[in-house]
Design a protein around this ligand. Sequence first.
Ligand code: ASP
Length: 327
Amino acid sequence: MRFLSLFGALCLAAIPVAHAEPTWTIVIHGGAGGMERDRLTPEQDKAFRDGLNAALDAGSGVLAANGSALDAVEAAVRVLEDNPRFNAGRGAVFTWEGRNELDAAIMDGRTRAAGAVAGVTRTRNPVGLARAVMEDSPHVFLAGEGADRFSLEKGLPQVDPSWFATPERLQQLERMKAEKLSFYDVDQKYGTVGAVAIDAAGHVAAATSTGGRTGKRWGRIGDAPVIGAGTYADDRACAVSATGAGEYFIRVAAAHEICVRIRLKGETPKQAADGVMAEIGQLGGTGGVIVTGPGGTADWSFNTPGMHRGKASSTGEREVAIYKDED
Ligand code: ASP
């Protein structure tokens, strides 16, 4: 008996154990819109790609070190919030009254725990505040003055509201008013940022952060912080982050709808994302979504000429793109 077990152990030792590589994937976006090759100077093109690459580095660094999808999406979104080229955190668009009011959400696909904030004005990284709502409060969604107060009480890094303001964004508001333009006309794009990821343990997460729409009024809240509209994560299906005309994404419950199509209709993430974007298009909405799900799929879908986007995975795949023809 003793001999047999020793023999067995020797045999087992001789058989190479196949260590399946842990697989992870992260997908990010920095807004969809009219990005066409002749609209961006080479310097602008490079600056956007550098920004996306820095966010991918932050998120994939977390995942490569065996970190969670939740930490990875937060890390990626923080980098984009700090980059004034994107409409989130620093560089956010202005409200009609000339303020920066920020929205953000984060969701953990393991438990479907979620946190969201709307109209915050002093937290340097709104995605971090959304996470604090999720982890440190009994609530899911805080807005306005109360959310600012919660942030202060939790000791999150605060900034003077002027920290978010950039001259370019102020100019867009002034042009919008002077020329009676729509919010889209002044920039030709949405600049919301987002990230979705699946970690080596197979869990998904999503995060989205935005300044909303230039000239927004009356406490307008877009889709980004609305769980199920601009942000959703469910281990049973996928993780989604959206950018675009938020009103349409709310009406379609876009992010949740994508996950439901995958979970209950058996669609692939790409089919579900394309289907929901088509529905948004039929209603008159424009924008895009990023999706990841079990198996490490990395997909996006948009009905605009371009979308700032990128993906990276443990297989070595890495891509950053802006224009539609790069796919
Ligand atoms: N979806 C955002 C909103 O409606 C805007 C954007 O994507 O830039 O607030």
